[in-house]
Each structure stands twice: as structure tokens, then as C-alpha cells.
Design a protein around this ligand. Sequence first.
Ligand code: PRX
Length: 659
Amino acid sequence: MSDETLSNLLKEERRFEPPAQIAAAANLTAEAYDRAAADPQAFWAEQAERLDWDRRWDRVLDWDDAPFAKWFVGGRLNAAYNCVDRHVAAGRGDKVALHWVGEPLDDTRDITYAELQDEVCRAANALTDLGVRTGDRVAIYLPMIPEAVVAMLACARIGAPHTVVFGGFSADALASRLEDCQAKVVVTSDGGYRRGSASALKPAVDDARAKTAAGGHPVEKVLVVRRTGQEVAWDDAVDVWWHDAVGGASTEHTPESFDAEHPLYVMYTSGTTGKPKGILHTTGGYLVGSSYTHWAVFDLKPDTDVYWCSADIGWVTGHSYVVYGPLANGATQVMYEGTPDSPERGRWWQIIQDYKVSIFYTAPTAIRSFMKQGREIPDGFDMSSLRILGSVGEPINPEAYIWYRHVIGGDRTPVIDTWWQTETGAIMISPLPGVTAGKPGSAMTAIPGVSSEVVNDEGEPVPNGSGGYLVLTSPWPAMLRTIWGDDQRYKDTYWSRFAKQGYYFAGDGAKKDEDGDIWVLGRVDDVMNVSGHRLSTTEIESALVSHPKVAEAAVVGAKDEDTGQAVCAFVILREDAGDGGDDIVAELRQHVRKEIGPIATPRQIMIVPELPKTRSGKIMRRLLRDVAERREVGDVTTLADSSVMDLISAKQDEGRTEE
Ligand code: PRX
């Protein structure tokens, strides 16, 4: 990577010291870094003590067959017992586990740990009655309702790996996942509520089931939660109502203990090829990683905090930081079914006010959409309960960081930018709220127990002030174990790039600043090369978003005859900026020039009403690249709203661009 370009990056001088109150009572303090570095395995063994093991491990790590790791070798435990029963056994059965909030107003349920235990036991018995055995795969295709959590834990309880498929995925996407992991049972619902109306889920399962039958791996049973009361097609040989099967089952269920390396779940994520990768996580190491990080990074005080992570359980964030991490830690949390703007725009802030949420974890894309709406909306709510704010999923641009901290956190709250991946299972790089002086836009350093580096093409660490590839240099307990059914792809994708050093290659570019702190630049495939200079899409987006008229921006590198690649920007204006004025494009180009330098000036800026995003909120740059390069727009099936591309193409036809 060219140092010259990277050295232009993010000149951010602001620092936010940890609040004295948080520092004074922090779960993890500065000494943990050295202690963990001195003896990582001893440190991880200490973290494993937070779980209840039926049999203690003989060996912390077996890395003899690298990159195939075994953690807590010989240990046995039950993940569901650790997330539920042990809290009840310890006398905390009356503590609320979930403050569930449905999208329709006043549709709420508070579920205590004792109630959760009953539900999980019933569901475990019901799944067993449906023929699910240890090792069988169960797919879960549900909205954000308590039954989703119950179903996941019931699977874990009987040792049946689950694969949760995001409820917004199409029947085809569901079918390919069902087929890849050969799911025996699907848990779904008639539908769920989104944006004020009931949307159906069951028809997609029916479709997907027909497709898998043709593929030779038929789904045997479909367990259906009644959520909306919609009409559903019914096949008596296959379909079973949740309220019959689970409702009628016994609350007595003895959890069996499983090997620490027993598969816990498969989570599909997109790779560089068209075929999604089934990321396999196993029981012991994953639970150690997710519970330790949830406790350390969010400084969780389970007796007093009310925690809320806005992620859907269809993504890894929902797995690690809605289900396994918080529940293993006995936290009380909010779970919300719907969209942030239903029935009105302040819904999230209303929930924070109502439940006195103290730790809130969301994504920069959400923060930017709230910025676009203006601060009047959150200003109408009392959010003084908040003490820690988290961010995940993409680099948080300094503007969004400052807005989040200031408008949502009232300048009291550290903003914890957490870098990790589906593959890492748990947070890897992040500030610690009681220790780290935060820098807006930086994920800072690897947390205690984790070791990261930024390296050049040869795998050598780059000096401070330079950029390169982000790698993890040692194995960690929550690491993926393989790609389901494809050990070779696992090796090739993650371990071949720096095989000599034995590093895990994350696929991200990053910069170490003068202090050695890490600024994640995004996927290396999103890094552009303009006239031999490397530029990060994120950096230019950040510059654009810092313009007062800009709400959101996406930047792609489009092929250019002269410069190799050229910067193309797609910009959404803030509502109060109207159409931005006649000179808006020139104004923004000038702004980027000023913020970063002439090399970063977009060749083309398109003012658009929306950006194409996946249902998890990631901007689909691939599609924007198609528009920028005037190709026919590619596959839009994973877009949250595929009409967005029509809007963008229409804008292009109107000629609202400048070249
Ligand atoms: O590029 C990084 C980005 O998201 C990727 C992982 O995506 P996924 O597996 O879907 O997991 C998302 C939730 C953990 C990473 O390779 N990413 C995630 N968090 C950050 C980030 N980029 C910058 N800063 C982050 N905090």
C-alpha cells in the first residue's frame, strides 16, 4: 500500500478521556493488556471461568493442526444452561432477561430468566419430539420476537446447531442456506411487523422447502409461531404450530453437556464469490469470547445496567450481543421487533427513555440516518440513563461519532467503536470504556487477549503512521473453526495470504496512527487506487458527510482510463438542505478537495434520494460501481429495497451528474 496516500488520512485531533466514574469502577483496567499479553492462554482460561463447565478442560488451546483450532480441549458444557438455568439456580430467576417491545404500540412482554428457562425447556422437548437429534441442523427464520431467542437456545440445549436466516432474506436465499447445511427443521412464523404492517414469512419457507425437496435434502418439519394471525397455507404432514408443540411440552428438561468443540451454529455471510460461506462456531470458545467481550467492552454491570443492541438476530451481532453474550452474563436487555421510525421517528429514543437503557449498541448507518432527520427528534426524549454507546459494522466517521456522543449521549458517554466480523465471533479491536481515551473514527487497539497487527504485502508490520492489511496474529477462542463443509475454502480465504506468518487475514485495510492506534479503512476491495495512490472509500465518505448539507454518502472506485480508478460519489442531502442549490456538486467536490486533497476529488457526484443497502444496512458498493461504470446494474436480490436502484438510475438519466 502506498504510505503517501494513507498518511493523508483522517486528521482527527479530538480525544475523549474515559469518564472518571466509569474508570473508577471499570470491569477491565489497563493492567489486563499486559497480563493477557504475557500469557494469553492463562488469560483466556481465566475468562473461561465465568462459565459453568460440567467438565473442566485439559488444555486451553490445541493449535497443532493449524489453522484448525480446538479451544478448551476436553471441556464439556451446555450453552443454554449457561445462558439461562444457572442464573435461575443462583436465585436470579425473577430478574428480567428480555424487555421485549413489539412494533405495534403497547405490544410488550417482559420475560424473566425463570420464564425463559421454562420456554427454552419446552422448546427443547418439542424439537426433540419433532425428531431433532444432537448434531442435526435447525434453521430459524423469524422476526425479532422472543421465540427467536428461545428457539436458538433450545437448539443449543439439545446440541442441534442452528442456522438463523435473516427474516428479510428471500425464499431463494433461504433455500440455498437450508440446502448447504441440510436443515432438518425450520422454525418460522406466519409473519412479523415492520413499518406498521404485517409482513408474511411462512410463504417463503414453503417456497424454499419445495426447492430443497428438489435438491434431495427435504426439510422434515416446519414449526410455526403465530405472530400476526395472517392466513397461512398449511401442510399437515410438515407444519406444526409452535403454540401446540411448544405450548404443550413439559418445562422439565435436563441439559446434556457437550464437548467444547461441539458445533453451536452456522452463520452465513457473503464472501468474494457468489456462494455464501457458512461460518461455523463451536460451543466453549465462542461462549467464552462472546461473554467476556460483552462484559469487558460494554463494562456490563448486570445488576444495574439495561442493555440494548439494535441488531437483528439474523446477523452475527444478534448472536453474540443479543443472545449468547448478554444472556451468559445474566444481563437485562431490551429487544425490539420493528423499525426505528415506526409508528414515528422517535421510537428508539422512546424505548431508551421508557426502559432507562444504559448501554446502547448500534450501527453507524443508523446513526447517520438519524443525523439526517435532525436532532430535534432525539432532543425530545430523556436519555440520561445512557452511560455507554457502542458502534459496529463499518467504520464510524468522525461526524457520526461526535453526533452520537453529543446528541444521544449528552457528552457523558464514551463511544465504543468495535471492530469484528462474523468470522471472529466476538469483538476484537475496540476501546475499553474505563481505560481508553477515544478518538472519533478509530477502533483503537486489540482488546486484552487479542493480538492484531497492520502489515504490508510481505506480512511485515508497518510503522506507525502507515497503512496496510489488518491481521490477527494469534488464535482466539471465538474464532470460526471452518466454513461449513469446505475446509479448503476456510484455509484459502483466511489463512493463505499470510501463511508464512500464520496470520488470520481479515480482508480489511487499516492504518496505524502515530500512537499505533488502529483506523479500520474498510474492506481492501473497497480501497481505490487513483493514479497510483490508494484512497479509502470511507475516508472520502467521511469528508462528504462532514459537509453541512450532506446526510449520507457512498463512494466507489470506478474504472478510469487515465487514472486507473476514479472516485465516484453518491450523496443523500439532509432534509433541511433542500435540493442543495445549483452549485451543490461543485461545492461538494471543492469540499472533498479541501478536506483530503486534490487526489480525492470525486470525478462524479450524484445526488440521490436513497442508497442501495443490504438488509443489514451495508451499502452495496458493487451496485453503485455498476452505475458509476455505466454497466447494467447487477443482482439486487439482497437489497433491502430494490426500487432504490431504479431511483438512482433515473437520476443518472436526468443527467444530474458532473464529470
Ligand atoms: O469491514 C469490516 C466491517 O464489517 C466487516 C465484517 O462484517 P460482518 O461479518 O457482517 O460483521 C459485522 C458485525 C461485526 C469487517 O470486515 N466492520 C465491522 N465493524 C467495523 C467494521 N469496519 C470498521 N469499523 C468497525 N467497527
